[in-house]
Design a protein around this ligand. Structure first.
Ligand code: NAD
Ligand code: COI
Length: 333
């Protein structure tokens, strides 16, 4: 009997793990609520495969331990693989799968929700009305159908954003080092990030986090943007230089930001601190307090459809790796 251990399992994932377990009688499944790290890795001894989801790094010491247990199959329940020590993975001959497409709609819909909340001043009106102020002025809104949305990264999520904002009548442009052939025919691409910044009213990030694009949205990038542009980041916090973002908001260069990701989110997001004051990260609180900034704690993926697909697709990919050493979800580095 094959044995798979799944780490970091939340309560809301359990029904999907139970269903997958019931549908796969040739596999024994163990679920572990704790994350995969040095303190929990020994539990994987005796298992054939590991399924995990966490933003915490998959470190060399954890991967070396898995390798020493003879485990060759690691499957992540999410898209991003930026927190995996690739060298250690390769040294141990461990194959990695992710869930490249679990619901691009989930992330795209949140990104567009943020755009609409910002341009219609929803947070401002919510805060005003809680203070008994039901006046309109001075918070006159913008309209999406008069705006140009610049999509940075036109993969699965970026293309879904494109489809939705076109429904609002927005003009769409995109930048991607690997353009999509269909969108290329449609002529949506600009040649450089600079051109995207210069021409967009709303810039929305949908590129993976790589070493090469760390803090790519920095002070220079903000200076290239239109005065009064909006920025949406539902991709990865490391893409944006937070200090530069705060300065761009302070100066009014940026009219607003929608942030579902934040560069220091690990240890802050998906935790209950009990009160706003107890949130330990000063820059995060600075952003959260602003009426023109929407911060959500990396919830774009968190829909029923996405959670179900993340569990089912990752478990099946792990079983495929154990059975055949192959998977259509294999991550190629
Ligand atoms: P994808 O692989 O389908 O698309 C990524 C696109 O970005 C590709 O077209 C690629 O060519 C392009 N790209 C690569 N480097 C780039 C660069 N430097 N500049 C511009 N474009 C670049 O991935 P996806 O499913 O669209 O997901 C995109 C990212 O969204 C993921 O890598 C992940 O970090 C993030 N994400 C966030 C959430 C969330 O809950 N907030 C959920 C899923 C994914
Ligand atoms: C991803 O799938 O890469 C995400 O960002 C969502 C994850 C944090 C669950």
């Amino acid at each position: 009997m094959k044995k798979i251990i799944a780490y970091g399992v939340r309560k809301d994932e359990m029904p999907y793990f139970k269903k997958w377990d019931a549908d796969n009688s040739d596999v024994q499944v163990k679920t572990e609520p704790k994350l995969l790290d040095d303190s929990t890795v020994d539990e994987a001894k005796g298992f054939n495969g590991v399924v995990a989801y966490q933003q915490k790094p998959y470190t060399a010491s954890v991967l070396n331990k898995l390798g020493s247990f003879g485990i060759k199959a690691l499957s992540l329940r999410n898209v991003g693989v930026d927190n995996v020590d690739v060298k250690a993975l390769k040294n141990n001959g461990i194959k990695l799968t992710n869930v490249p497409v679990y619901s691009p709609e989930a992330i795209a819909e949140l990104a567009v929700t943020d755009m609409m909340r910002l341009i219609r001043r929803s947070k401002i009106f919510d805060l005003k009305s809680l203070n008994g102020d039901l006046r309109w002025a001075p918070n006159v809104a913008d309209e999406m159908d008069k705006m140009t949305v610049g999509i940075f990264g036109t993969g699965h999520i970026g293309r879904m954003v494109l489809k939705i904002v076109r429904g609002f009548g927005a003009n769409v442009i995109g930048y991607d080092p690997f353009p999509n052939p269909q969108l290329k025919k449609e002529g949506i691409y600009v040649k450089t990030p600079k051109e995207l910044y210069e021409k967009s009213d709303i810039i929305t990030l949908h590129a993976p986090a790589l070493k090469s694009n760390y803090h790519m949205v920095d002070a220079k990038a903000f200076s290239e943007m239109k005065d009064g542009a909006y920025l949406i980041n539902a991709a990865r916090g490391s893409l944006v230089d937070t200090d530069a973002l705060i300065k761009a908001l302070d100066s009014g260069k940026l009219q607003g930001a929608g942030l579902d990701t934040y560069e220091n989110e690990v240890g802050n997001f998906n935790k209950n601190f009990g009160s706003f004051d107890k949130i330990p990260d000063a820059r995060l609180k600075n952003l959260m307090k602003r009426d023109n900034v929407i911060v959500t704690p990396h919830i774009a993926f968190y829909t029923k459809v996405a959670v179900k697909n993340m569990v089912e697709f990752s478990m099946s990919a792990n079983k495929d790796l154990i059975d055949t050493g192959k998977s259509d979800k294999l991550v190629k580095f």
